[in-house]
Design a binder for this molecule. Sequence first.
Ligand code: GLP
Length: 237
Amino acid sequence: MKVIICDSKRQIAQKAGDMIIKRIRENPYLVLGLATGSTPIPLYQYLVNNYQNNKVNFENVISFNLDEYLDNNDQMQSYRYFMNTNLFDYINIPIKKTFFPSKHNYKYYDELIKQAGGIDIQILGIGRNGHIGFNEPGTAFDSKTHIVKLTDVTIKDNARFFNSIDDVPCFAVTMGLNTIMQSKEIILIATGKNKATAIKQMLDNYDVNCPASILKNHQNVTVYLDNDAAEFLTKKE
Ligand code: GLP
């Protein structure tokens, strides 16, 4: 696991973005795994800017999102809406090649990914409790795409995007930890002091109570941190 500490969110977006752009140039049919949350927004803006300046072409790219809410009353809070308004509406990826897990397809979502050739690069954020996607603490390391009941911590954290905490859906569908581990390359981004404990736990443990710690078993993971998220790391790490 390679850990890169950057001075700003902007620098993270640039480094991670350049890596993705390079991979798309090498392979225009790249399969991207995408994440939502506030963390990847600067990265998506960087990709949009590069597309607008003709530096990258998404016309043959396929994407699979990590997760989606279930039984969400407010479609403007869906992860599909988030991806449309933060990335897809501004680049030339064909919308029919952008996939999300749902209650209809979750049983064969892993198979869909496999049929597309597997995820070449998976982008991840991390929850304050160490979750990746919506794989909450305790999720089996061999899990495939599945339906989850969100923890109170996650519901509280995600309430900031909703009018009230009562509007946050209690259930979601997420790629499993095994699904994520099948990706050929993984980029995890964490920024802000509220992620520092989860990052420290991820690097120190290998434990289902910190789902992100499974990534230590993957051959090709790059973790981008700002100084705040790296606060509890010793020099050695
Ligand atoms: C949600 C998403 C995760 C994301 C996490 C962190 O729970 N399911 O994929 O990593 O939020 O979000 P943020 O980047 O806003 O802190």
